[in-house]
Design a protein. Sequence first.
Length: 237
Amino acid sequence: MTEAHPTEPSHPTEPSHPPQPSRPTETSHVTETRAAYDTVAVDYASLLEGELARSPLDRALLGHFAELVGLEGGGPVVDVGCGPGRITGHLGTLGLDVSGIDLSPGMVAEAQRRHPDLDFRTGSLAALDLPHASVTGVVAWYSIIHTPPELLPEVFVELHRVIRANGLLLLAFQAGGFSVRHEQAYGHAVTFEAHRHDPDGVAAQLADAGFRVTVRTERVPQDHEKTPQAFLLGRRG
């Protein structure tokens, strides 16, 4: 310890501040994904406009989800990874009290422009700014495709946290059990990774997180799709 010199002037002690908790470091896949979707937001929204009208099975599954929410007495539903709000808007037409959350501010801006009657905000799948057990249902429509398989368990634990008991989770994702690195998408030079998750693995991870899978289906690729599409509906235990 250094001793003070008596000839030095004394100074009032500065108020001490408690150390601030450090924020978790953002993983590279999150940073990459946000940047990519900020870049493509406007063109993505235009290119996928009307896509749902060409997908009867997708509409049927969303309708089934909406009816189950009604049977639970209604309540708030969140479309996580909502993009430009096309699924959020559809759920709204089915009578749900729905809002959207997306990682990309560019996507949120596009969603707000296209659906000014609905609430949209930025947020991350793995750290939702929602209270415990605060929603009746969550839709994650192709929202987990940029999360590496080994990180999905923490996402499902977070979704379990915000869904109330017996509430619902609907997932849609490209199936296959492999990953693809993209350097271009929707007419733009971007860099991101897309994961074609294994449906058996996802179902097991959901069970580990406390969900009971009640519906599971897959369809073959259609139009521009290159892989099977998987859909899982679970209930929170």
